[in-house]
Write a protein that binds this ligand. Structure first.
Ligand SMILES: *Cc1c(COP(=O)(O)O)cnc(C)c1O
Length: 383
């Protein structure tokens, strides 16, 4: 709530919004000293801004990280966390089930720059072990993975990766801040799309990268300063307000999601529910060890495929159809036709994204209202 706050001479209660692109020096010598990193202080908005720093410091405290770098979007965090440390000739191993755009970065963009990438079944430790090589520089994983929710053993995979000297980057959006703490489990870098639960109210795009001082000093900070995908002060100010209610919103969303997952599992029109908080989840025991709750996202399959999924979405009256997740408003999406459309049918089949799969991001509405909406839409989908 208060971590990182730096009040101005006016003593404002709320964090101030420093909407400025640059900063002035008291003297030419000061400009010289700040540019040489000999004197602390702001230089230019691409290098840092007091509102953005307050957000970064507060999120670093929540995550238990040495340092935090805010970025313009979640994808900017994904790309910068990888490209800042990779060179041609390096090798990357990633768990296969992940956010669609991350999949494109790892499967298609990195290889263009001479970086070899291998995708493995993240739930299979033997597959990680076989894929790791001396030149493996980086491991990328999302757990639970979007959208089918497989859970990766972060501690075990981190130990394997460290055995070959590779850094472990975890996309913790679905794991959720507070609920899952990858750094405590052994990961080296955590990234967020702060667009999701951290704003959590559908206002701004943003991202964050958290890690240790060495990674920041040697790789990330020089990369960010010269390539420029930084968070705007306005967005950082909105995100700071999001952090104030993050724990409350997280607890409420998880509680409602846990109940709705159980409801969906018992519904005859639903062929399968993928939710780490359910005892039926294949990695439920692992999820219970590394997550304090089941998360706010539920995936479930409608037996009659694509048409049933469309009928279900179109029948929803309260829950909106949207690609986004982690919002105060509950949102449902059909991954095959939206978030994972671009990767193609073959890749979807490999990832287990069926035509009847629906992803539900549970928001802050009353649980009974959400359950009633799901019930009537499932009836309309025609079991
Ligand atoms: C949304 C999301 C991203 C990308 O974040 P943007 O803010 O949309 O750029 C990356 N990873 C996961 C798991 C996400 O849900």
């Amino acid at each position: 709530m208060r971590g990182g706050i730096e009040r101005s001479q006016h003593g404002e209660t709320n964090e101030a919004l420093y909407l400025t692109s640059g900063f002035v020096y008291e003297s030419a010598a000061q400009g010289n000293a700040r540019t040489a990193d000999e004197e602390a202080g702001y230089v230019y908005g691409r290098f840092g801004n007091p509102t953005v720093t307050m957000f970064e410091d507060r999120l670093a405290l929540i995550e238990g990280a040495d340092a935090c770098q805010a970025t313009a979007t979640g994808m900017a965090a994904v790309f910068a966390s990888l490209m800042s440390q990779l060179r041609a000739g390096d090798h990357v191993v990633a768990s296969r089930v992940m956010f669609g755009a991350c999949y494109v970065v790892i499967d298609q963009l990195l290889p263009r720059y001479g970086i070899e990438t291998d995708l493995v079944d993240g739930t299979d430790l033997g597959a990680w072990e076989r894929a790791l090589r001396p030149e493996t520089r980086c491991i990328f994983l999302e757990s639970p993975g979007n959208p089918t929710m497989p859970v990766v053993d972060i501690a075990a995979v981190s130990a394997l990766a460290h055995g070959v000297g590779a850094r472990v980057v975890v996309d913790n959006v679905l794991g959720m801040p507070i609920v899952q703490r990858p750094l405590a489990l052994g990961a080296d870098v955590v990234i967020y799309s702060t667009t999701k639960h951290i704003d959590g109210q559908g206002r701004c795009l943003g991202g964050a990268i958290l890690g240790d001082e060495t990674f920041f000093a040697d790789d990330l900070v020089p990369f960010m300063r010269t390539t420029g995908p930084v968070m705007s002060p306005f967005n950082a100010w909105v995100m700071l307000k999001g952090l104030e209610t993050l724990e409350l919103r997280t607890a409420r969303m998880c509680e409602t999601a846990e109940r709705l997952a159980a409801f969906l599992e018992g519904h005859p029109a639903v062929a399968a529910v993928h939710y780490p908080g359910l005892a039926s989840h294949p990695q439920h025991a692992l999820a219970a060890r590394q997550m304090s709750r089941g998360g706010s996202v539920i995936a479930f399959e409608l037996a009659r495929g694509w048409d049933a999924a469309f009928r279900f979405l179109d029948a929803l009256e309260l829950i909106d159809i949207s690609n986004n997740l982690g919002d105060a408003k509950s949102l449902a999406t059909h991954p095959a036709s939206t978030t994972h459309q671009k990767i193609g049918a073959d890749a979807r089949a490999t990832l287990g994204i069926g035509d009847g799969l629906v992803r539900l991001s549970v928001g802050l509405e009353a649980e009974e209202d959400l359950r009633a909406d799901l019930e009537q839409a499932l009836a309309a989908a025609g079991g």
